[in-house]
Design a protein around this ligand. Structure first.
Ligand SMILES: [Zn+2]
Length: 428
């Protein structure tokens, strides 16, 4: 085991690997704040440097556990294998920016087993929870965490409970529950309930269930979720020939994925596997952009938004992003951009119709963010022609088909004869 401790990236407090929940110095249970996800897994770097080299890594099969020394699970029996990770890094060739010579690549996370990147963080966090003795797995989620967790529970043969909240986890704001998501979670055999009550109350219930039944709630092993997100960065570096890209654009809600990616790049650099680090950029939907607001105000601890404006990217519409994400932007000399529904929708359609990649709208904000950064000069046009710019397409488009039903009109009914079909093709 190379993982040594959990350390708070805000106050520096250290905890044993068996610690549950947030940093007790920084976060109050049940209270929304930017300091709830500040714990990160630390590794014994001296030993790792001696025992791990990139040639050995390169010989292993693709996927999460290719990087097993850099993940906190000891016993191979607990490395649940569903085929997470090993996703493609696709160079864009047909959208306007690509034709103009910008080197844009998309990490297509929608090809993970349950549809979103969440199979990485949840794959690692559930494995840790089971290795630490959890008798069942549970989570509070608006969807993607629930399906990733339910799939692992099915494969591991343990019971699963999903407390399914409305979009963006707004239990107390009456947001609608996503139909595609609860159907998928139910198919994996998990018990799905839609709880009524505010989040603070639900977190207290979760703690009671952990104490009395020995189940693990995934928000209490948050640090291990972030740790699983590192593997996306590892793969990107390998796919670019052991190099980091110049910049990475990440659709950002709470910011754990962005921070996890950053930790991955930093770890690879510390190991001497890459020479440079990328600039990290957060992309948020206008109206749910607490990190963008914090970034523009130079305020390291983002404030909680009073309300979220409805938008096309519910998976990244949270009332507050974490300090850890701000820290990643700051350390990497990156930035944060907000994008409109129109920009997100255009990006989603362009990726699908010009590149053959159907991504969730929230995911497509990665491309919308790159465009916004190029337009505002945040991303230098020459730099993006010279060096690789990577967008993280976090989830598959099939995850939010119903929400887009109004965007594409129903196909017209026509007579199935040659002349009619020909007329339609000529019109298009
Ligand atoms: Zn702390």
């Amino acid at each position: 085991m190379y993982a040594t401790t959990l350390r708070c990236v805000f106050c520096g407090a250290e905890y044993p690997l068996t610690h549950r929940g947030s940093c007790t110095c920084c976060a109050r249970p049940g209270e929304e704040s930017a300091l709830h996800e500040t714990l990160a897994v630390k590794y014994g770097m001296a030993t790792l440097k001696r025992q791990l080299d990139r040639e050995e890594l390169a010989r292993r099969p693709a996927g999460l556990w290719r990087y097993r020394e850099l993940l906190p699970v000891v016993d191979p029996a607990f490395r649940i294998e569903l085929g997470a990770g090993g996703t493609r890094l696709v160079p864009l060739t047909r959208i306007a920016e690509a034709v103009e010579g910008h080197r844009l690549l998309m990490k297509v996370e929608g090809s993970n087993p349950t549809g979103p990147f969440k199979d990485r963080p949840i794959g690692v966090a559930t494995s840790v929870a089971l290795e630490q003795g959890a008798r069942g797995l549970a989570c509070l989620t608006s969807g993607n965490i629930g399906s990733a967790m339910a799939a692992v529970a099915a494969k591991a043969g343990v019971p699963a409970l999903v407390l399914l909240l409305g979009a963006a986890g707004l239990a107390d704001q009456g947001a609608a529950v996503n139909v595609e998501k609860y159907v998928q979670i139910s198919a994996y055999g998990a018990t799905v309930l839609t709880p009524i009550g505010n989040l603070g109350h639900l977190y207290a219930l979760a703690d009671r269930m952990e104490a009395e039944m020995g189940w693990a709630f995934l928000h209490n092993v948050q640090a291990y979720q972030t740790d699983g997100d590192k593997t996306t960065a590892f793969e990107i570096c390998e796919q670019l020939g052991w190099q980091a890209p110049a910049a990475v654009f990440v659709p950002t809600g709470t910011g754990t994925n962005l921070f996890g990616l950053w930790q991955g790049f930093v770890l690879f650099k510390e190991l001497g596997f890459i020479d440079t680090l990328p600039r990290m950029f957060a992309v948020q939907p206008l109206g749910a952009a607490s990190l963008v607001a914090a970034w523009e105000a130079h305020q390291a601890v983002p404030s909680v938004l009073e309300r979220i404006e409805p938008n096309l990217a519910p998976p990244i519409s949270h009332r507050v992003s974490g300090y850890h994400a701000y820290k990643a932007l700051q350390e990497s000399d990156g930035g944060a951009v907000a994008v409109t529904d129109g920009e997100i929708l255009t990006a989603m359609k362009d990726l699908a119709s010009s590149e053959g990649i159907y991504s969730e709208t929230a995911s497509a904000s990665a491309l919308a963010g790159i465009r916004r950064a190029l337009a505002t000069g945040l991303l230098d046009a020459e730099e993006s022609r010279r060096a690789s710019i990577v967008g993280i397409l976090t989830s598959h488009g099939l995850k939010n088909t119903l929400a887009l039903a109004g965007v594409f009109p129903s196909p017209p009914k026509v007579e199935g004869i040659w002349e009619v079909l020909q007329t339609f093709l000529e019109l298009n």
